[in-house]
Design a protein around this ligand. Structure first.
Ligand code: AMP
Ligand code: MG
Length: 405
């Protein structure tokens, strides 16, 4: 199979990936999930005219003649607190003490702030005219009954959950969250904390992918490290096949011990693509198995991360129902020259930060390479060097692909 371009590879994923099934969830269990239905307002917000201030509910017309040197005195006949409800109208020449959020009693058409009215002998002194509607939040001024509150495809953030809760909505229809299984292959891999024998290295891809998945908001089952033995790889893959997406790190290249592709083939995996014209990250396998997604990510740590950001993160967002999930590219001003020798799309570790005028600037890390861990730790993004370019001078706008955190 020949190499496919990054854009063609993504287009294939995009075309094949539909959202996961929907489910009904209580708001408390819906944070971070994606709405599957349009939600309309079941009621006006606020539901009744109410006071925006602690103060006095009154008839504005009664205060037309109020002056500092000649205050109008209104008899305070009672008090209405938040949650209270007064049926009797505010009669001319009177006022009712009212608290923030309390329903405006009938007859009243304005609120005088507590601080602006002096209370003396059971009367409030009004020292200036009060405009009609002052400090009143009108029924429906925020939301009208039956207006669209939220469209499907939106992720439920704190702000959006607040709108739903305030509208009295307790349950929503959402897309199911993606369940991801994770396996790292490599006979050389040792868990941090254990001693290293000569020739061995510590496994870092698992913690990197787990954390990236966490930041994406998906649930991850970590199936651990497996040596480069076909039978052991097969056993671990079988354990991961119940997930919506199985991520396998390492063993997907063309080396003598790269068994992942064969093992998956024996399970009946249908290859979507294998090997992408990108650097790092070329030996990337994407397949479908029992209606689920399988990715073989290159073991080189930076390649693994690039593969995740370019394909897997946007795929997960699409599975979880986001309307037009795409890789999260942004534009930034390149601060130093980058160059490459081949026609693949290159991803270079970089620091992206806003300049004083607020525009993004990208500074590639000094060291570049598919296993440069320190450069990866310094980076918060990748600079994209497109297929057709050999060199990009400083000062040009480039695409950058950013980490979430
Ligand atoms: P592979 O894709 O299995 O050929 O691995 C490519 C390179 O990445 C090799 O140098 C591996 O030792 C290294 N590598 C593979 N898996 C991991 C991992 N989980 N953590 C760190 N390095 C790894
Ligand atoms: Mg390997």
């Amino acid at each position: 199979m020949t190499m496919i371009s990054v854009d063609e590879a993504w287009a294939k994923i995009h075309a094949m990936a539909g959202p996961l099934p929907v489910e009904r969830r209580r708001l408390e269990e819906a944070a971070g999930l994606v709405l599957a239905d349009q939600v309309r307002a079941p009621m006006d917000l606020p539901p009744f005219d109410n006071s925006a201030m602690d103060g006095y509910a009154l008839r504005a017309a009664n205060a037309n003649e109020a002056r500092a040197e000649n205050p109008v005195r209104l008899t305070v006949t009672g008090e209405v607190a938040a949650g209270g409800w007064q049926e009797t109208p505010v009669a001319p020449g009177t006022a009712v003490k009212i608290m923030t959020g309390a329903a405006l009693p009938p007859g009243a058409d304005a609120v005088l702030m507590l601080e602006d009215g002096r209370l003396r002998n059971g009367c409030v002194e009004v020292r200036a005219p009060v405009p009609v509607g002052q400090h009143i939040r009108r029924r429906g001024e925020d939301v009208r009954h039956d207006e669209v509150l939220l469209e499907p495809g939106l992720r439920l953030s704190a702000q959006r959950l607040g709108l739903l809760a305030n509208s009295g909505i307790a349950e929503v229809l959402v897309y199911r969250q993606a369940q991801v299984s994770l396996v790292a292959t490599g006979s050389e891999l040792v868990a941090p904390g254990a001693p290293l024998a000569p020739g061995q290295i510590y496994d870092s891809n698992r913690i990197v992918l787990r954390t990236l998945l966490q930041e994406t908001g998906s649930r991850c089952e970590d199936l651990g490290v497996v040596p480069d033995e076909p039978s052991e790889i097969a056993e671990r893959i079988r354990a991961g096949l119940s997930a919506d997406l199985l991520l396998i790190s390492g063993g997907v290249s063309v080396g003598a011990h790269d068994h992942v592709k064969h093992v998956l083939g024996a399970f009946g995996m249908e290859t979507v693509f294998w090997r992408v014209a990108m650097k790092p990250g070329k030996p990337l396998l994407c397949g479908r198995l029992n209606d689920r997604w399988v990715f073989g990510l290159p073991g080189n740590p930076i390649s693994c991360v690039v593969g995740f950001l370019v394909f897997i993160e946007p795929l997960i967002r699409r599975l979880e129902g986001e309307r037009d999930a795409q890789p999260r590219y942004a534009r930034a001003l390149l601060k130093s020259v980058v160059s490459k020798k081949d026609g693949r799309r290159h991803f270079m570790t970089a620091q992206v930060a806003p300049s004083p005028d607020g525009r993004l600037e990208a500074t590639p890390t000094e060291k570049q390479g598919s296993a440069m861990m320190q450069a990866l730790a310094q980076a918060n993004a990748f600079v994209v060097v497109p297929e057709g370019r050999q060199e990009i001078p400083a000062g040009e706008q480039v695409d950058v692909l950013r980490f979430r955190a």
